[in-house]
Design a binder for this molecule. Structure first.
Ligand SMILES: [Cu+2]
Length: 168
């Protein structure tokens, strides 16, 4: 009885090891700053945090053209949303970032996403209060280059809450 169990157990372990070895092949991992980033040919996940000092943990991240990208933003601060809310907004190439940010100041009703600039946005998360998380998935642009992301809460971009998504 015990022997039969052991044999079965050993086989199961071998099978598991085989699966893990397969999973390890062909998968590339890369890390941008202190944020975790996992990429493969078709899919990339980028994790960002935002804090009470108006900073993203990662200010430069890379994806491949045409990749499906999932961005996860977590507000790790503790100040109230009305005073220190954060979002993650990715703008199209050639977007007027300064003008976008200026328009965002008066867009409180739409969580600081200015309606007039909707067509300059590739993707954005919700505006997050303390300890909240949101994620957004989008297709990376087909055109390689540098795309600006920012937090559009008033004054945060000016304080440095911005970064670059590099499309390779
Ligand atoms: Cu912010």
């Amino acid at each position: 009885m015990m022997r039969a169990f052991m044999k079965h157990h050993t086989l199961a372990l071998f099978a598991l090891a085989g699966v893990l070895a397969l999973a390890g092949c062909g998968k590339q991992e890369s890390t941008a700053g202190s944020g975790a980033a996992a990429t493969d040919a078709a899919f990339a996940t980028l994790e960002f945090t935002a804090n009470d000092s108006m900073k993203f943990n990662v200010t430069r991240a890379e994806v491949k053209a045409g990749q499906t990208v999932k961005v996860i933003l977590t507000n790790i601060g503790s100040m109230p949303k009305a005073a220190m809310g954060h979002n993650w907004v990715l703008l199209k190439k050639g977007a007027d970032v300064e003008a976008f940010d200026k328009a965002a100041i008066t867009a409180q009703a739409t969580d600081y996403i200015p309606a007039a600039f909707q067509e300059q946005i590739i993707a954005h998360t919700k505006l997050l209060g303390p300890k909240q998380t949101d994620e957004v998935s989008f297709t990376a642009p087909s055109e390689p280059g540098e795309y600006v992301f920012l937090c559009s809460f008033p004054a945060h971009y000016q304080a440095g809450m911005k970064g670059v998504l590099v499309v390779k």
